[in-house]
Ligand binder design. Structure first.
Ligand SMILES: Nc1ncnc2c1ncn2[C@@H]1O[C@H](COP(=O)(O)OP(=O)(O)O)[C@@H](O)[C@H]1O
Ligand SMILES: [Mg+2]
Length: 325
């Protein structure tokens, strides 16, 4: 029986865990995936970053053959993914966006049930269920029913159900939405640990900080399309973004704003009457140069901050809107 990471068939040599080409998917007349492409390397944590409604869940469900699509191609471990690719499905774990567990079953029974979909023999499952429960730190709640669990504990149960059969490839769809910060950190650390132990991970989120924290590479998507793919650093280089300087000041006039905007290093300067925000290109002397111009225009500077570029800046540059709209 194939139970996951011990498998060593020929397809394990494929460098790609997932290869998606040109997926097109409509819901009625609404285009949800627009020639969506994705390559996931074996052993990496790949982040799918996009705002709500950008098509992350649709993309995942198409990759898993849970949704049909009009055209395109999905290969997992170098094999075509289909609804009846049971050998592949056994090697895949899914932690869906909506918690999906049975209220009549206890925590332990839920994990055992999901594991039994892939591992029929109970004696094989027992250590897997124990490991999964320990992994998400739910031992104290083994006999609880889901109705008695907090949101964070429910999320952890959802994760345990998805990982118990020790899959090679794991999909996490926004696993930290609506969880407290402590559970969120535990979830992120858990995902990194699963990855260190050998699992390839696809992680969707609209939180750029999380994606930047745990993902090796990040795909930015919007309107069902890939906009960019790379490491966080590569994405920031792509748009040539440097720091954003924010100056609290009450006396910035139009001339000053025009002078700042005209600086070669400045991408954009905006002033709301109390705060001047200056987005810069990459450069060594941005802060000095900006201060120089402000001083020459006799601007009184209150609080001043400078922050490095974020993935939100990348998103803003690629789409013209903020990730958190
Ligand atoms: N079952 C459905 N029927 C109709 N439209 C849907 C359905 N599921 C998702 N959509 C729409 O498809 C788009 C992509 O949704 P989704 O894949 O859930 O995005 P995300 O996971 O990035 O939030 C959204 O505009 C959403 O409203
Ligand atoms: Mg979603």
């Amino acid at each position: 029986m194939e139970t996951g990471r011990s498998s060593n068939s020929a397809d394990d040599k494929a460098p790609q865990a997932v290869r998606v080409s040109a997926l097109v998917k409509h819901y009625g007349s609404m285009l949800a995936l627009d020639h969506f492409d994705l390559d996931v390397r074996r052993g990496e944590i790949l982040g799918l970053l996009g705002p709500n409604g950008s098509g992350k869940t649709t993309a995942i469900n198409c990759m898993l053959a849970l949704l049909t699509f009009e055209s395109g191609d999905v290969r997992i471990f170098d094999r075509p993914m289909t609804p009846v690719a049971y050998g592949l499905k056994r090697r895949i774990g899914v932690v869906p966006q909506e918690v999906a567990v049975f209220n009549e079953l206890t925590v332990r029974e839920n994990i055992d049930y999901f594991c039994s979909l892939y591992v029929p023999k109970r004696s094989d499952r027992t250590p897997m269920v124990n490991d999964a429960m320990a992994f998400v730190d739910l031992n104290d709640y083994a006999q609880y029913r889901p109705g008695k669990l907090s949101g964070g504990l429910l999320r952890r149960l959802n994760i345990a159900c998805g990982i118990a059969h020790r899959p090679d490839l794991l999909f996490f769809d926004e696993p930290t939405v609506a969880v407290d910060p402590q559970s969120r950190n535990a979830i992120l650390e858990g995902i990194e640990r699963l990855n260190r132990e050998g699992a390839t991970v696809i992680y969707t989120s609209h939180y750029m900080e999380e994606v930047e924290q745990i993902c090796d590479r990040i795909m930015i998507m919007d309107h069902g399309r890939q906009l960019a793919l790379g490491t966080a650093d590569e994405l920031k280089h792509l748009i040539n973004a440097g720091e954003t300087i924010t100056v609290e000041t009450l006396d910035c006039d139009d001339q000053t704003i025009a002078a700042v905007t005209a600086m070669p290093t400045v991408i954009r300067a905006t002033y709301d009457g109390t705060s001047l925000e200056i987005r810069c290109r990459q450069g060594q002397r941005n802060l000095m140069d900006v201060l120089d111009v402000l001083t020459r225009h006799h601007v009184h500077i209150g609080h001043l901050t400078s922050r490095p570029p974020t993935l939100n800046d990348v998103f803003l540059e690629l789409t013209g809107k903020a990730l958190r709209d």
